[in-house]
Design a protein around this ligand. Structure first.
Ligand code: TIU
Length: 234
């Protein structure tokens, strides 16, 4: 936790400023795996142009660096399944009628299977020692995982949410988090989609109606706010 920052931090955001206690806030990096971001993985097997997701890497590196330096808890997630696929619904395997789908061997190993090269997080955003890496079988990060328990144990009440894809795993996680009482700040340039229009509307759905699911801002706005709170640390 960012234990020695004792004051609340206010970030310019939509629909209005996001105020958080740095001691009770974590950075969530969702599914920045080769399977979604690099050619040959699950994302491409689904018919997507995976290069569209690269734009999040650089701003996310900046946020990771600053939040690590300021002492925030960082949690990474990975979507994927046990090698025996016992935790994968048959409906998920069948969906899309893919010629090379979940559990099949692709250019980066077995698609969306834990332990394969493609399932792991990209080198540019590699987790550091001590940062929890949470394996999740679903789109949401709370479903069938111990994320809620982990956050409870660290007294986390607010989440800075990043990763891919905006309208699938990010949105599902934000909705699940919101129902559990967490306040979510989504960084628009650190979340990405294969579909620009879905990205835009997913963010609009989060911040509409007074922030029905949470808040949206940019990496730059968040970094400025953290820098104001802890200027000597960067
Ligand atoms: N297909 C798609 O957009 N996303 C996923 O399948 N998983 C995540 O978003 N991580």
């Amino acid at each position: 936790m960012a234990g020695d920052m004792t004051e609340l931090i206010s970030v310019e955001a939509e629909p209005y400023e996001f105020v958080f206690d740095p001691r009770h806030t974590a950075l969530l990096v969702i599914d920045m795996q080769r399977d979604f971001v690099e050619p040959g993985g699950f994302g491409e097997q689904l018919g997507n142009d995976v290069s569209r997701l690269r734009r999040v890497v650089e701003p996310l590196q900046g946020v990771l660096g600053a939040m690590r330096a300021a002492g925030f808890l960082v949690i990474h997630t990975r979507e994927g399944h046990r090698p025996d696929l016992a935790d994968c619904p048959p409906t998920k395997i069948a969906r899309g009628r893919l010629s090379c789908g979940i559990g099949d061997v692709g250019p980066m190993g077995r698609i969306l299977v834990r332990g394969s090269y493609g399932h792991d997080i990209i080198d540019d955003l590699k987790p550091e020692d001590g940062e929890p890496v949470l394996d999740k079988p679903g789109k949401g990060a709370f479903f069938a995982t111990d994320l809620d328990f982990m956050l409870h144990n660290r007294a986390i009440t607010s989440l800075v949410v990043t990763g891919v894809t905006t309208e699938v795993c990010v949105t599902t996680t934000v909705r699940e988090a919101n129902d559990r009482g967490y306040e979510c700040l989504v960084l628009e340039d650190c979340v990405g989609s294969y579909f620009p229009e879905f990205h835009e509307y997913a963010l609009r759905m989060i911040k509409a109606q007074g922030g029905i699911f949470g808040w949206v801002t940019s990496a730059g706005n968040l970094l400025s706010a953290i820098e104001r709170a802890a200027p000597s640390r960067r």
